[in-house]
Design a protein around this ligand. Structure first.
Ligand SMILES: NC(=O)c1ccc[n+]([C@@H]2O[C@H](COP(=O)([O-])OP(=O)(O)OC[C@H]3O[C@@H](n4cnc5c(N)ncnc54)[C@H](OP(=O)(O)O)[C@@H]3O)[C@@H](O)[C@H]2O)c1
Length: 326
């Protein structure tokens, strides 16, 4: 079958189209005909070899939407022909391909009004954003939430979910055009953190109060400055380091401000607490069914152009999700 294969770690040019063997579903897995695959920032880290090393060669990709071809042993809830979207466990990947196997429990039915490209842009970022806002951030109606990289994949999902949870939403991004677009998605205030000091801007916008919750995925200086944006007893949820600079936490600062810091990975939680992930999947499906949120499949590329898809995300010019179409 046709797939993108990584034979060596490196820049986007290592993403090569290849003929590879079709995977077989094992116990609890489902074989899917992939119609579209979501591209995630973690795919870039994995391609570089900085997100857990796989044995080479391998097919990247954590999420996809498509049609059930063959339920594996023990799978009764999915039938051939059903439209599904979902993620794989981190150690497997394999979604940049004509066919992929996915754990049955990580699949969701694609609603009739969603095409496969939109569906491939949904699972990873909405589940991650929900975990960050609800499970770790414990956002309550009327609270304020700061979302960094708000124009990104997780960011655009988090802006919509936080707005739907009746929170006041502050989003940062590196361009005014992204800020204009996140306001359409429900952000109340947009801050350009490339051209202004976001701590000053946020302090002004909150009348010196700060926010209840902050979602942080950039790292480095952005993390450190975000600690200054929180109210007493504020909650800082960390789920990424897109800048490559892993932050360190100053415990005295946390004690002084009575700040909570929480971190998580969707992949890790899928192994440790599948019950929490399952509940989050149900919750985001309800937001989707109620038309409170929608996937933002901002950019589409044919599978063969996976390299361009990765380069677009690295350039920081993407808005919403980048999707590969088969
Ligand atoms: N913990 C988890 O389970 C989990 C799950 C999914 C994603 N993540 C993490 O969440 C983050 C967002 O993931 P995503 O797939 O949705 O990606 P994305 O947000 O679509 O893309 C990354 C964005 O980060 C911002 N950014 C800030 N500094 C950057 C830098 N130095 N280099 C590149 N981008 C930078 C850019 O937006 P601006 O230009 O507007 O700043 C860029 O568009 C990533 O760190 C990812 O690893 C974690």
């Amino acid at each position: 079958m046709k797939a993108i294969q990584i034979r060596e770690y490196g820049e986007a040019s290592v993403l090569q189209i290849a003929e590879v063997q079709e995977p077989r579903p094992r116990q609890g897995e489902v074989l899917i005909e992939v119609k579209a695959a979501g591209v995630n920032y973690a795919d870039i880290l994995m391609r570089r070899g900085s997100y857990g090393r796989r044995s080479l060669p391998f097919v990247p990709g954590f999420e996809a939407a498509g049609i059930v071809l063959q339920p594996g042993p023990g799978v009764t809830e999915w039938k051939p022909g059903q439209r599904v979207m979902g993620t794989v466990l981190r150690e497997t990947c394999g979604c940049y391909a004509a066919r992929a196997v996915m754990p049955s429990w990580l699949l969701m039915a694609v609603p009739d009004n969603l095409d496969f490209e939109a569906a491939a842009a949904f699972p990873e970022v909405f589940i991650t954003a929900y975990l960050a806002l609800h499970v770790f951030g414990r956002v309550q109606p009327g609270e304020s939430v700061l979302i960094h990289a708000a124009g990104g994949g997780v960011g655009t999902a988090a802006v919509q979910l936080a707005h739907a949870m009746a929170a006041r939403v502050f989003g940062t991004a590196s361009s005014d055009e992204k800020l204009r677009r996140i306001r359409v998605l429900g952000a109340d205030v947009g801050i350009n953190y490339a051209t202004t000091d976001f701590v000053d801007e946020l302090t002004r916008a909150t009348q010196d109060e700060g926010v209840d919750v902050a979602l942080e995925s950039v790292g480095g200086e952005v993390f450190e400055k975000t600690l200054r944006c929180l109210k007493p007893l504020g909650r800082l949820v960390v789920y990424g380091t897109s800048s490559g600079a892993a932050p360190t936490v100053g415990v005295p600062e946390l004690m002084t401000g009575s700040i909570n810091v929480a971190g998580f990975t969707f992949g890790g939680l899928s192994l440790m607490r599948p019950d929490i992930v399952r509940d989050s999947m149900n919750a985001v499906m309800k937001f989707l069914a109620d038309a409170k949120v929608h996937p933002v499949a901002g950019h589409k590329f044919p599978l063969e152009r996976a390299r361009a898809a990765h380069e677009l995300i690295s350039s920081r010019a993407s808005f919403g999700k980048v999707v590969l179409v088969l």
